[in-house]
Design a protein around this ligand. Structure first.
Ligand SMILES: *Cc1c(COP(=O)(O)O)cnc(C)c1O
Length: 219
């Protein structure tokens, strides 16, 4: 199937999952994850009406998106991969939302960049719900302190994001993230990918991040 066909299937599945959910979020937005996808593929999605995209590397996004943003001023770009503190300035200039705030030092760097440029993207705190050694994200036990630190700096923290362990049932992770967001007074929840976004919607996802099911396998 083509990218436009895939997109309309995913949008229909999101709508159906929301309808079936007992308590869905007021809005669930599709983040089309375009990492490794070239500009032609992204342009097909844009022509089909998709405006919200996710990239996991600052450099790759910098190569692809400035030109697309000029052609589509309402294009919205989210960073969904780890952010090094030395890339904060570039990331803050390019992305509308950074979904991967996961440590105090990064919050400090974002505040510094904001103080110099006068603007800061919306932020989500990435939580390592599976407490996996190799994975990015703040540990659950440190989440409240990181949120408090970011709020003290007046950073625009809007919600939480997670990537559950690949080999586990994602449902408990989604439920846990939703509770953590509620407990911390946050409304945005970025969770669910190609294989489990309907489950995430059942737990209140406001953003689902879908790559393969739209653009095909990255191989
Ligand atoms: C690649 C990626 C996705 C999309 O995964 P698919 O399985 O291709 O839908 C979602 N979230 C993050 C953080 C990713 O890196």
């Amino acid at each position: 199937m083509s990218i436009p066909e895939n997109l309309s299937v995913i949008l229909a599945r999101i709508a159906a999952a929301r309808k079936a959910a007992f308590n869905p979020a007021p809005l669930t937005r599709l983040v089309a994850v375009s990492k490794t996808v070239d500009e032609a593929g992204i342009a097909q999605a844009l022509e089909a009406g998709q405006r919200l995209f996710g990239e996991n590397r600052v450099q790759e996004a910098e190569a692809k998106f400035p030109a697309l943003k000029r052609d589509y001023p309402d294009l919205e770009l989210h960073l969904i991969g780890p952010l090094q503190t030395n890339k904060v300035k570039e990331a803050a200039a390019l992305f509308d939302c950074i979904q991967t705030l996961d440590r105090i030092r990064l919050a400090d760097a974002l505040a510094l960049a904001r103080d110099k440029s006068g603007k800061c993207p919306q932020l989500l705190v990435q939580v390592n719900t599976g407490e996996e050694e190799q994975k990015a994200g703040v540990m659950p036990v440190g989440t409240a302190a990181l949120i408090a630190h970011a709020r003290k700096l007046d950073l625009p923290v809007a919600g939480l994001m997670c990537i559950p362990p690949a080999a586990q049932d994602p449902a408990p992770h989604f439920g846990f993230l939703a509770k953590l967001a509620r407990d911390n007074g946050l409304s945005e929840l970025s969770m669910g990918m190609s294989g489990d976004f309907e489950m995430a919607i059942r737990f209140g996802a406001t953003y689902v991040r879908v790559g393969t099911a739209i653009f095909g396998s990255r191989s």
